[in-house]
Ligand binder design. Structure first.
Ligand code: NA7
Length: 494
């Protein structure tokens, strides 16, 4: 389930389609996301431009012909002037290596490669990972399985999603307000479509704080709880702790077994990717699942996993958690994961992997890399930490205009390349913006590359928000594409 409201988890540029394409619930589920994309492809006759079952193996830039030479499966080489990658921010699976995994007799599944029609009903199920995905899985399956053992490393500040059916009145309101909705998306921090709070936690009385938290808990959504309650939850320690305390109290109120509640309560700063529960069709929340006698929580900080055995998972206290199925909700080798798996060589044979080895994954404006001319990354490192479709649209618009300008003034074979200085300045800006946020204090997660052993620990996003990110792109264009080298012929950059 996407935790962005359905109406802003879509393309903004086809108004007729915005008005007519249906969505049943406040949040779209995977089959609906796929159906929507297929619909857009059909509607705009895009399939003829697509080539399926074709894996990109390598891409090499050559200065001689100013072209990318892209090798794909079947030993075919495609030559192109520009290479635009859409490799996905969260798509290379993180499958942690746990001793004994290959000895497990049951079924092993990663949530990112869920087998169609596989049922967990009546089985003894283990879930490793309680992030966005784990929380959704646990909320959904608790009532169907024989036992559910949740292996949790970090407890989470999860709030209800507030998912519900879209009523005709709600849909009519959306259709009457598309312009305002997308204006708000583009001029906000999160681009989630809700009204972000302009009030400081410090300007509210204790009663008002409680009222606002309660109201937003009822409305649901993690991003709304973080950015729709008060404007300083993500930046001010005291405001943040106010939100944490509210959620911890909720956990105490909901979870009847005090031992389970203790394990489920986070005490660190609320500054990881904000979570919300799934859409349990019986209306139950994530924390309510733990009132079921068949749902157990294992705190991996107290009792880490020692190994996987034929019959299940053995933790350090000697307990064997017997399982038929082990689900890995362990996330992704995020952001650069797919880039470093492919051999992308820029100028002088430099690979993207090597270019990022010391600095960690970086870019100019989340889109371009010095040394890699005419390569444009959709959702590259240091793109906006926001609802993704609007961030992708902003990048598509920027890349399209930049290429159009190059084609206009750059002669037969324009070369568009960011400067190292621009990339460095942009990285410093990203770090400054993140350092103003409490996210900087909670670096032990995928946003900083800390979820995978051996990954460079560093910032992977632009934290200035959607409006500022769009402004940054617009300023670059208005300044004659500042930060790009002058084109070989004509001038795009300055
Ligand atoms: P996340 O958010 O990276 O969550 C992965 C979870 O798996 C998280 O709870 C991790 O614990 C846990 N994890 C990862 N490796 C291990 C090991 N080795 N042992 C135990 N637990 C582990 O991935 P999601 O798929 O939930 O969500 C990714 C994004 O997709 C999400 O942010 C949305 O933007 C959409 P941790 O909390 O790090 O201690």
């Amino acid at each position: 389930m996407s935790d962005t409201e359905s109406y802003v988890y879509r393309y903004s540029w086809d108004e007729e389609d915005l008005m007519s394409y249906p969505f049943k619930e406040h949040y779209v589920k995977q089959p609906e996301v796929l159906a929507y994309l297929e619909h857009v492809v059909e509607r705009h006759e895009l399939r003829k431009h697509m080539r399926f079952n074709t894996q990109m193996l390598s891409a090499n830039w050559t200065d001689e012909d100013r072209r990318w030479h892209i090798t794909v499966t079947g030993d075919k080489v495609i030559t192109s002037k520009y290479l635009i990658t859409g490799l996905g921010l969260l798509s290379a699976k993180n499958f942690p290596s746990i001793p004994g995994l290959d000895t497990f007799k049951g079924d092993l599944h990663h949530t990112a490669a869920w087998p169609k029609d596989y049922s967990v009903a009546g089985k003894r199920v283990g879930v490793i990972g309680c992030g966005s995905t784990g929380v959704q899985v646990i909320t959904e399956i608790g009532r169907h399985v024989k036992t559910l053992t949740c292996f949790q490393r970090h407890p989470q500040y999860s709030v209800p999603s507030g998912d519900q059916k879209v009523t005709p009145e709600y849909r009519a309101w959306i259709n009457e307000n598309w312009d305002d909705i997308f204006y708000r998306v583009r001029h906000s921090i999160t681009a989630f479509g809700f009204k972000e709070s302009e009030q400081s936690y410090h300007d509210a009385s204790p009663e008002e704080r409680l009222r606002v938290f309660e109201e937003n808990w009822k409305k649901g959504n993690g991003f709304r709880f973080m950015f729709g309650t008060f404007n300083d939850i993500a930046t001010d320690a005291e405001a943040n702790e106010g939100a944490c305390e509210f959620i911890r109290n909720k956990i105490d109120q909901i979870v009847k077994d005090p031992e389970k509640a203790r394990k489920l309560k986070p005490h660190d700063v609320y500054a990881r990717r904000p979570l919300c529960d799934g859409n349990a069709s019986n209306g139950e929340s994530y924390f309510e699942q733990f009132n079921r006698p068949n749902v157990h929580i294992v705190d991996l900080k107290e009792t880490p996993i020692e190994r996987v055995e034929a019959e299940g998972v053995r933790t350090s206290d000697g307990t064997l958690h017997e399982l038929d199925v082990l689900i890995f909700a362990t996330g992704f080798d995020a952001v650069e994961g797919n880039y470093t798996r492919i051999l992308i060589h820029g100028r002088d044979g430099l690979s993207l992997k090597d270019a990022w080895a010391d600095s960690g994954p970086t870019s100019y404006l989340g889109v371009c890399m010095p040394g890699f001319p005419n390569l444009f990354m959709e959702n590259g490192p240091k793109g906006a930490f926001t609802n993704q479709p609007p961030a992708i649209e902003a990048q598509v618009e920027f890349i399209t205009d930049l290429i159009a300008q190059a084609e206009k003034v750059g002669g037969e074979a324009p070369v568009i390349e960011a400067t190292s200085e621009a990339e460095k300045e942009y990285s410093v800006l990203c770090e400054k913006l993140a350092a103003n946020s409490l996210f900087w204090k909670a670096q032990d997660n995928w946003i900083f590359g800390a979820n995978i052993p051996g990954k460079k620990r560093c910032l992977r996003f632009y934290f200035g928000g959607m409006q500022a990110y769009r402004e940054r792109l617009a300023e670059c264009a208005a300044d004659g594409y500042a930060g790009f080298k002058p084109l070989a012929e004509g001038v795009v950059g300055c």
